[in-house]
Every structure is written in structure tokens, then in C-alpha cells.
Design a protein around this ligand. Structure first.
Ligand SMILES: CC(C)(COP(=O)(O)OP(=O)(O)OC[C@H]1O[C@@H](n2cnc3c(N)ncnc32)[C@H](O)[C@@H]1OP(=O)(O)O)[C@@H](O)C(=O)NCCC(=O)NCCS
Length: 240
């Protein structure tokens, strides 16, 4: 399968569906991934990690032609995995029973997913971590939408810092994303680099009513087009 430049493929995984395949997935993992898996204290987290890494390897194998277990990941100094000397960019995120893995032919990419849950101190957290512009937008929201908008804003911000590759060491207050259901997802401003915001596209990824997810892509100005690609994955067909 080809991953043409300018095309983004997104795989949404309900990891529960693959739990009985765990042994197959484990066989695809490298020694360091297996050691990391062994360090999870909670079994569910270990299983999710193994399924995500196994899926990531399986899909990358389709694009690169390299066997899943022979794919070698390198890591940036902030821990973002990548494949050396390959143009393919990818990023993954997991939350409870779901994971999102995004692939891009060439553009830097970041993805985040969060399970929606009650967050009584959403406004306090927002005022601590979000930008002045975002806090102002939050103060205009109806009470009943604050919880969901908090997670939407959070996933948009995380998708961006994950695309940048710097993780949470990139100050969340230093850039603003769109807030509010009626707004198209976008990076509104980046402190100290006003032109840079133009280089980024943000998208909300629809999962279901329990999860919110967002994708950030550098230098891609296009609408997200949803089409299903069916792949054989062990004895299962997955839809990407
Ligand atoms: C990246 C980060 C924001 C992810 O947070 P999270 O919401 O808990 O986790 P998510 O499920 O959304 O994403 C985790 C995945 O993102 C990827 N990832 C890891 N570090 C990343 C980074 N710096 N940038 C982008 N993606 C990263 C990995 O694939 C990871 O999945 P894995 O568990 O299979 O390895 C957070 O872990 C972070 O800030 N990391 C940087 C830590 C750092 O600076 N380390 C330096 C020493 S290595």
C-alpha cells in the first residue's frame, strides 16, 4: 500500500477487540519494547501498549515493505519515535480502550485522544495551562459545554506539541487553538512566531461520544476526507 505525500491515514483502534491477539502482537515487538511492556504495573496498560506498538509496526510494514518485527524505531531526545531515513511520519495516542495512530507521507504529524470524563476543576486546570486567549474563550462558554470543550482544547494542544515532537516541555501557554464547538479547529497564534501558525492544520477526529481526538499536521492545507481502507491484520480486517 502506498502512502502518497499529502495523504494522511488514521487508524482508530478499539484495543479490546485485539486483546486475544496479544501473543501475536508481542512477537512483533523489539527487546526494548518488550522490556517497557513488562514495566507497566496495570495489565490493561501493558496490553494496550503491546497492541498499539504491534499495530503500528504492522501498518508501517504495509507502507515500507519491511517485516513488522524488523522495523527499527529511533527516538528524538523528547522520546518521539520515528524511522531513520524514511519520509513516513507517524504518531500515536492511547486513552483507556481506544488508540489513534496517524500516518503521513511526508508532513510532521501529531495526534491525541482522551476519554471524556467528569473534570470538576476543568476551569482551574485551563487557567493554569491554557493561553490567555483560550482562557478568555472558556469564560464565554455555557457551563454544560465546559467539560467537553476542555478535553477538545486539550487534545488539540497535545496534538500540536506532539507534532512538534517536544511533548509537554513545549509551554502550553505559548500558543492558542480554537475553542468552541462552532469553530473550525485551527492554531490561532504561536507566541513569538506569528507566521508559524499559518503552517499548521488542526483537525478534530470523530471517534464516538465517549472520546475526543485531534490531529495536527504541518504544511498541509486540505480538508480531511474520510474513506475506509480495509487491511488484513492477522486473521482480522481492520479499517483505517
Ligand atoms: C508526548 C506526551 C505529550 C504524550 O503524553 P500522553 O498523553 O501521556 O500519551 P499519548 O498516549 O497521547 O502518547 C504517547 C505516545 O506518543 C508518542 N510519543 C512519545 N514521546 C513523544 C513526543 N515527545 N512527541 C510526540 N510523540 C511522542 C509515543 O508513540 C507514545 O506511545 P508509546 O507509549 O507507544 O511509546 C508526553 O509523554 C511527553 O511530554 N513526553 C515528553 C517526555 C520527554 O521530554 N522525555 C525526554 C526524555 S525521553
Amino acid at each position: 500500500m502506498k502512502l502518497p505525500a499529502g495523504e494522511i491515514h488514521i487508524c482508530i483502534l478499539d484495543t479490546r477487540k485485539y486483546e486475544h491477539e496479544i501473543i501475536h502482537f508481542e512477537k512483533l515487538l523489539s527487546g526494548d519494547e518488550l522490556s517497557k511492556a513488562g514495566r507497566f504495573r496495570i495489565a490493561k496498560d501493558r496490553i494496550s501498549y503491546v497492541i498499539c506498538r504491534g499495530s503500528l509496526r504492522s501498518i508501517l510494514s504495509e507502507y515500507t515493505g519491511v517485516n513488522p518485527s524488523e522495523i527499527v524505531f529511533s527516538y528524538t531526545s523528547f522520546g518521539k519515535p520515528f524511522i531513520k531515513d524514511s519520509e513516513i511520519k507517524f504518531n500515536l495516542s492511547h486513552s483507556c480502550d481506544y488508540a489513534v495512530i496517524a500516518f503521513s507521507g511526508i508532513n510532521e504529524i501529531g495526534v491525541d485522544i482522551e476519554r471524556l470524563r467528569e473534570m470538576p476543576d476543568a476551569m482551574n486546570i485551563a487557567s493554569r495551562y491554557f493561553s490567555e486567549k483560550e482562557i478568555l474563550e472558556f469564560s464565554g462558554l455555557k457551563n454544560e459545554s465546559i467539560n467537553t470543550e476542555f478535553f477538545k482544547c486539550w487534545t488539540k494542544k497535545e496534538a500540536f506539541i506532539k507534532a512538534k515532537g517536544e511533548g509537554l516541555s513545549y509551554p502550553l501557554k505559548n500558543f492558542s487553538v480554537s475553542v468552541g464547538d462552532s469553530r473550525r479547529a485551527e492554531i490561532i497564534e504561536i507566541t513569538g512566531n506569528p507566521a508559524e501558525a499559518e503552517n499548521w492544520s488542526l483537525y478534530e477526529i470523530e471517534i464516538n461520544n465517549e472520546y475526543v481526538s485531534a490531529l495536527a499536521v504541518k504544511s498541509l492545507k486540505a480538508d480531511l476526507v474520510y474513506r475506509n481502507l480495509h487491511w488484513k491484520f492477522f486473521n482480522k480486517t481492520i479499517v483505517i
